[in-house]
Design a protein around this ligand. Structure first.
Ligand code: H53
Length: 840
C-alpha cells in the first residue's frame, strides 16, 4: 500500500500524529500498560506504591510529548533563551503538581478510583526530591513553575545529587541526620540522556604556545570526568508549554588513561575512575553558610562547565556571528554558587573560539545577570587562591585578567583611591589571598538584583556601595515570589475552590490579582463562615499529622502558631522559645480558677533542619524539645499550651502545615533576612504574621496593611546603635526582667540538659547578643499580647486573615518572573499551540 512509499521520517511523523487522549479509558489503559510492561508486575498483585509508579509513568508520557514539542517550537522560532543556573532546586513532589498543571487531576482521580486507588493516598507514595536546603532552592523551583506558565523560553540547570538534604529525626530532643537516598526506587520524572555527556576537566596545567604572533593558553592534563544530562519536564499551568530542568550527574570519563591501567593494578585503577561518581553524590547541607571545601567547588564547576558547553552547542546549531550571543541567551546566576560560569564562558570564547578578549568580555557580561540572596558575611563565598590555582589553573589566570582590566577602568574614574580599589577588587588581599565570588559576579553581569526592597537597598548602601557608585544603573530589586499553583491550588484545595466559586472561574490561578476582587466579601458573614470552616478543616489535617508523627494530641480550638524554616541564629527561633518559656511561667503563676480566663490556648509549633555542624542551632532544637517535654506533661497547663517540634520539615509537609497555620513567625533581626518566602506562602493561606520589619515582611505590610499584622522590633537603622548599647550595658540591665527570669529557670536546670542549655544562653548573655534578642524582647511581648487580644475576637481575626490572603497577589512568582523577563533578561513569551485544541 501507500504506507510503503513513505520515507522513514514521514512514517515516524505519521505514527506520532495520534496525540495521547485523556479520557478515562485511555488513562486506565496506559496505567495498566505501565504496570505490565514498565514495572513488570501482574495486574492482580500490585500495591499502592506500584500504583504510584504506574500512574507517574502514564503522566510522564503526557509530559514528554508536550516537552518535546516545546523544545522544537523554541528552536524553530530561534527565540532568546533564559538559562537559570542554580546549585539547588528544591522541587518537592511532582505528581499532584503535574496533574494540576496539565489540568488532568479530575480525569486521573476518576480513572484511578475505578482501579481501586484513592489519588490522594497515591500522592503520599512519592518521596520528595529535596535537592535544596531552603529558601534559595525553593525559590528556583517556584521560578521554573512561573517561567513555564508564562511561556518564557527558559531552562533550569542544576545538579542531580544522589543524596538530597538529609532526613531529620528527632530523638530525645536531639537532631539525627539520616541520608536521603531519594533515587532508591527510581525516578519516573526524569529522562536520562545517555547521549548528552560533556567532558569536565579538573587540575592539570596551562601550557602557553605562540600562534600567529599571539600567545595562546592550553589547559591540559589533570583529570577528566563526564557530566551526563537528566531532564525533568516542568509543565506550565493553562498552557501546553513544558520547559526543562536539566540536572547533571558526574560519571567516569570514557577515555581512559593507558598508563594507570598498565601498572597491573586493575582494581586500583578502576577505583580511581569510580571516584568521579562521588562529585555529584551529596548536596552540602548548609543554608546561608559557606564552607570552602574542594568537593563543593568541583560541584560548582561541573555544573558550570557542562552548562556552558550545552548553551554554546545550542547557540551554534545555527550558523551565526558571536556578536549575537547576548541577543540569544540570558544567563541568570542564582547567588554566586554558579559564578564561575562567567569565567568559563570567557575561557571558551578566548581559548577555544579565538575571540579577542575585549569583544568576548562584552558578550559575557551582557549575557549574565546575578541575584544576591544574603548580606550575612558567613554566607559570602571566597575561594582560596591555592585551591583555585590547583583545581582550575586557567580560570585563576582569567580571573586575574578580568580583575586587571576592571581595576584599570576604576582607576581612571577614581584616581588615587586605594581604599576603593581594594574593596572593588575580586582579590581579597588577605593571607592567603581569596577570590570574592560576589565581586566577580557583579563585574561579570549587566544586572545585579536583591530579593526584596529593603535587601536591595542594603546592597547599594552597604555591601555593594562602591560598586553602586560605579554603576548605579546595574542595580535592581526583584522582590521574591512563590507559585500560587503549589502554594494555593495544590496545598489548599478548599480555598482554591472557594476562590473559583466566588470569582466565577479559575483564571486567578495564573492571575492572582483577581483575588483582590473579594475585598467586598471581607465583612460578609457567610464568606467568613466558609473561611473559618476551611481553616478548621486544614487544622484538623495537621492535627492528624502531628498525632501520627509526634504522638502529641493538640487542641483544635487552640491558636496554631508556627515557625518553620532552617534553624539559624539570625532567624531567632531562640527568641520564640524564650517567649514560650515566659508564657509557661506566667500560666504557672496564675491560680487554677483564673487560668482559662487569662490565657488563650496555644499550640506552638517549630520545624526546621539544623546544618549538621551548626552547634548552636542544634542546641536551640534541644532547648525547644526540652521545654516541650516539660510543658506538655505538666497537668497544671493542660491544653492551654502545647509545644511541638515538627520533624523533618520539607516541601511536602509544608503543604500540610502552611494552610493550617493561623499565626506564623518571621522574626529575624532587622536587615538579616534578605526576603523570606514562606512568609508569602503563609499570607496567601490566610495566616497572620508576627514579624519584624525585615525582608519581604516590609512589603507584605504595605500590601495587607500594618493593622493586619503584628509588627514589632527594632528597625534596620536602629541595629548598629542597639549593638553598641548592648556591648556597653551591664547584662543584668540590658535584658528585660521577664527574660532574666527565663534565663534563671534554664540555669537552675528546670528543663534539664543543664550544661548544654547553659552554654546556649551564655552565648548571648555576656554582651554577645549579636542578634539582639534582648533588645527586641519587650516589643515581642507586646506584639504577642496583641495576638491574644485579636484572637479572642473571632470575627476580627477572620477578617484580618481574609485581608492577608486576598491582598497577597504581589507575592506571586508570576509577577517576579515577568519583571525579570522585562527588566533583566529582555525575553518575550512564546506560547506553543496546543495540538489537541487545533485540527489534526
Ligand atoms: O534565599 C531566599 C531568601 C532568604 C535567604 C535565602 C538564602 C538561602 O536559602 C541560601 C543562601 C543564601 O545566600 C540565601 O536567606 O531570605 O528569601 C530566597 O531569595
Amino acid at each position: 500500500g501507500s504506507q510503503n512509499n513513505l520515507t522513514q521520517n514521514e512514517k515516524m511523523w505519521k505514527l506520532m500524529q495520534s496525540y495521547i487522549n485523556n479520557d478515562k479509558e485511555t488513562i486506565q489503559q496506559s496505567i495498566v500498560n505501565h504496570v505490565e510492561y514498565t514495572l513488570a508486575k501482574t495486574r492482580f498483585d500490585f500495591s499502592v506504591f506500584h500504583a504510584y509508579q504506574a500512574i507517574s509513568h502514564s503522566v510522564r508520557d503526557r509530559l514528554i510529548e508536550a516537552f518535546n514539542d516545546t523544545a522544537q517550537y523554541f528552536t524553530h522560532h530561534d527565540c532568546k533563551r533564559v538559562y537559570y543556573l542554580s546549585i539547588e532546586f528544591l522541587m518537592g513532589r511532582y505528581l499532584q503538581n503535574a496533574l494540576i498543571n496539565l489540568e488532568l487531576e479530575e480525569n486521573y482521580k476518576e480513572a484511578v478510583l475505578e482501579l481501586g486507588y484513592n489519588l490522594e493516598s497515591v500522592y503520599e507514595q512519592e518521596v520528595d526530591p529535596a535537592l535544596g536546603n531552603g529558601g534559595l532552592g525553593r525559590l528556583a523551583a517556584c521560578f521554573l513553575d512561573s517561567m513555564a506558565t508564562l511561556n518564557i523560553p527558559a531552562w533550569g540547570y542544576g545538579i542531580r545529587y544522589s543524596y538530597g538534604i538529609f532526613r531529620q529525626l528527632i530523638k530525645d530532643g536531639y537532631q539525627y541526620e539520616v541520608p536521603d537516598y531519594w533515587l532508591d526506587n527510581g525516578n519516573p520524572w526524569e529522562i536520562e540522556r545517555l547521549d548528552v555527556n560533556y567532558p569536565i576537566r579538573f587540575y592539570g596545567y596551562v601550557r602557553k604556545i605562540h600562534e600567529n604572533g599571539k600567545e595562546k593558553s592550553i589547559w591540559e592534563g589533570g583529570e577528566l570526568v563526564l557530566a551526563r544530562a537528566y531532564d525533568n519536564p516542568i509543565p506550565g499551568y493553562d498552557t501546553y508549554n513544558t520547559i526543562n530542568l536539566r540536572l547533571w550527574r558526574s560519571l567516569p570519563a570514557r577515555e581512559f588513561d593507558f598508563n594507570s591501567f598498565n601498572q597491573g593494578d586493575y582494581f586500583k585503577a578502576l577505583e580511581e575512575r569510580e571516584k568521579a561518581e562521588y562529585i555529584t553524590s551529596v548536596l552540602y547541607p548548609n543554608d546561608s553558610n559557606y564552607s570552602g571545601k574542594e568537593l563543593r567547588l568541583k560541584q560548582q564547576y561541573l555544573l558550570v562547565c557542562a552548562t556552558i558547553q550545552d548553551v554554546i552547542r545550542r547557540f551554534k546549531k545555527k550558523k551565526r556571528d558571536w556578536k549575537e550571543l547576548p541577543e540569544k541567551i540570558a544567563v541568570q546566576l542564582n547567588d554566586t554558587h554558579p559564578a564561575m560560569a562567567i569565567v568559563e564562558l570567557l575561557r571558551v570564547l578566548i581559548d577555544h573560539e579565538n575571540l579577542e578578549i575585549e569583544f568576548a568580555w562584552e558578550l559575557v557580561y551582557r549575557s549574565f545577570s546575578y541575584t544576591n540572596h544574603t548580606i550575612l558575611p558567613e554566607a559570602l563565598e571566597k575561594w582560596g587562591i591555592d585551591l583555585l590555582a590547583n583545581l582550575l589553573p586557567r580560570h585563576l589566570e582569567i580571573v586575574y585578567l578580568i580583575n586587571f582590566i576592571f581595576l584599570e577602568k576604576v582607576t581612571k574614574k577614581f584616581p588615587n583611591d586605594l581604599h576603593r580599589l581594594s574593596s572593588l577588587s575580586i582579590i581579597e588581599e588577605s593571607n592567603p589571598k581569596k577570590i570574592r565570588m560576589a565581586n566577580l559576579s557583579i563585574i561579570g553581569s549587566h544586572a545585579v538584583n536583591g530579593v526584596a526592597a529593603i535587601h536591595s537597598n542594603l546592597l547599594t548602601t552597604t555591601l555593594f556601595k562602591d560598586f553602586y557608585e560605579l554603576r548605579p544603573k546595574k542595580f535592581q530589586n526583584k522582590t521574591n515570589g512563590v507559585t500560587p499553583r503549589r502554594w494555593i491550588r495544590c496545598c489548599n484545595v478548599q480555598l482554591a475552590q472557594l476562590y473559583t466559586e466566588q470569582l466565577g472561574g479559575d483564571t486567578w490561578v495564573t492571575d492572582l490579582t483577581q483575588v483582590k476582587c473579594l475585598e467586598n466579601m471581607v465583612e460578609d458573614p457567610e464568606f467568613q463562615n466558609n473561611w473559618q470552616r476551611i481553616k478548621r478543616q486544614n487544622k484538623e489535617q495537621l492535627k492528624w499529622w502531628v498525632k501520627e508523627n509526634c504522638g502529641i494530641d493538640i487542641n483544635l480550638d487552640s491558636l496554631f502558631d508556627v515557625q518553620v524554616k532552617r534553624l539559624h541564629e539570625y532567624k531567632r527561633q531562640f527568641m520564640n522559645i524564650l517567649y514560650v518559656i515566659h508564657r509557661y511561667l506566667q500560666i504557672k503563676k496564675t491560680t487554677a480558677d483564673q487560668r482559662y480566663a487569662k490565657f488563650l490556648p496555644r499550640t506552638i509549633m517549630f520545624g526546621g533542619k539544623a546544618a549538621p555542624g551548626y552547634i548552636n542551632a542544634k542546641r536551640i532544637i534541644k532547648l525547644i524539645c526540652s521545654v516541650a517535654d516539660k510543658v506538655n506533661t505538666d497537668s497544671e497547663v493542660g491544653d492551654l499550651l502545647k509545644i511541638v517540634y515538627l520533624p523533618n520539615y520539607n516541601v511536602s509537609n509544608a503543604q500540610i502545615i502552611i494552610p493550617a497555620t493561623e499565626l506564623s513567625q518571621h522574626i529575624s533581626t532587622a536587615g538579616l533576612e534578605a526576603s523570606g518566602t514562606s512568609n508569602m506562602k503563609f499570607v496567601m493561606n490566610g495566616s497572620l504574621i508576627i514579624g519584624t520589619m525585615d525582608g519581604a515582611n516590609v512589603e507584605i505590610a504595605e500590601e495587607v496593611g500594618k493593622e493586619n499584622m503584628f509588627i514589632f522590633g527594632a528597625l534596620v537603622d536602629d541595629i548598629e546603635g542597639l549593638r553598641n548599647n548592648m556591648r556597653n550595658t551591664d547584662p543584668s540591665q540590658y535584658f528585660p526582667p521577664e527574660l532574666n527570669e527565663v534565663f534563671q529557670k534554664i540555669d537552675e536546670g528546670f528543663f534539664g540538659a543543664v550544661d548544654e542549655l547553659r552554654q546556649l544562653i551564655s552565648t548571648i548573655r555576656n554582651r554577645n547578643d549579636y542578634y539582639l534578642i534582648g533588645a527586641d524582647f519587650k516589643s515581642y511581648l507586646e506584639a504577642q499580647k496583641k495576638v491574644d487580644e485579636s484572637y479572642r475576637n473571632k470575627k476580627l481575626w477572620t477578617k484580618m486573615s481574609i485581608c492577608n490572603a486576598i491582598r497577597s497577589a504581589k507575592f506571586s512568582s508570576d509577577r517576579t518572573i515577568q519583571q525579570y523577563a522585562d527588566e533583566i533578561w529582555g525575553v518575550k513569551a512564546f506560547q506553543i499551540p496546543n495540538p489537541s485544541q487545533s485540527a489534526r
